[in-house]
Design a protein around this ligand. Structure first.
Ligand code: OMP
Length: 227
């Protein structure tokens, strides 16, 4: 089985990002480049990271009118990402157009409810009900739109997996062990990598527990050993 860990390379400097990717490449299955990275380094930065030889996950969380999102997807074709994120809250037409504009080999996955939000945060933006119900609602919409899968927390992935048998499920907000490793930081719905994997996650997104560890290779290896 291939390594399901994607390292979230959320570092502002390109040389540091390349060095980190090179160091841990034997212990992760891919590299996730997010908004921080793409805004700072653009296509050039993605090309440099691709040279490390691992699949690239472009976490752009696109959310706009369908025409704009489709055009953005076309503009990143050339980078041949393995996975791209969009926001499910952009609606069915936006998701359909994003998928149609993506390359054949690129998985398009929709972020449901960010792992940094809890039920009280959702209420403040006008979403009645629990984060759990909202994840399931947006999962069904993403499946109807023909996407490859969704992004959710480890708390919901078990139920998502039961509803959508062959979907691709990305789970971020992972912390290696209760009370150990990196603190929760801004994550509110966190679980351990092993718990997420057991519940049906296809892809485990892990950032600070590896990138901020004193020894990132040892941290990645230790997490890999728990899976
Ligand atoms: O789409 C994502 O990857 C994502 C969705 C989400 O709901 N929560 C979330 O944390 N992420 C990303 O996952 C990574 C988590 O990083 P750490 O909290 O440092 O492990 C970051 O790059 C986030 O942008």
């Amino acid at each position: 089985m291939s390594n399901p860990i994607y390292l979230a390379v959320d570092l502002p400097r390109l040389d540091a990002a390349v060095a980190l990717g090179q160091k841990v490449k034997g212990h992760v299955g891919g590299l996730k480049l997010g908004l921080e990275f793409f805004c700072a380094h653009g296509h050039h930065g993605v090309h440099e990271m691709a040279k490390i030889g691992l699949p690239i996950f472009m976490d752009l969380k696109l959310h706009d009118i369908p025409n704009t999102v489709a055009a953005a997807m076309q503009s990143i074709h050339v980078l041949q990402p393995a996975i791209v994120t969009i926001h499910a809250a952009g609606g069915r037409a936006m998701m359909e157009d994003a998928k149609a504009a993506a390359g054949e080999s690129c998985k398009v996955v929709a972020v449901t409810v960010l792992t940094s939000l809890d039920d009280a945060d959702l209420a403040r933006v006008g979403v009645a009900g629990s984060s759990h119900d909202q994840v399931l609602r947006l999962t069904d919409l993403a499946q109807e739109a023909g996407l490859d899968g969704i992004v959710c927390s480890g708390h919901e992935v078990g139920e998502v997996h039961r509803r959508w048998k062959n979907g691709y499920f990305v789970v971020p907000g992972l912390r290696p062990a209760e009370g150990k490793g990196a603190a929760l930081g801004d994550q509110k719905r966190a679980v351990t990598p092993r718990a997420a994997r057991d519940a049906g996650a296809s892809c485990l997104v892990i950032g600070r527990p590896i990138s901020r560890a004193e020894d990132p290779v040892a941290a990645a290896r230790a997490i890999e050993a728990t899976l």
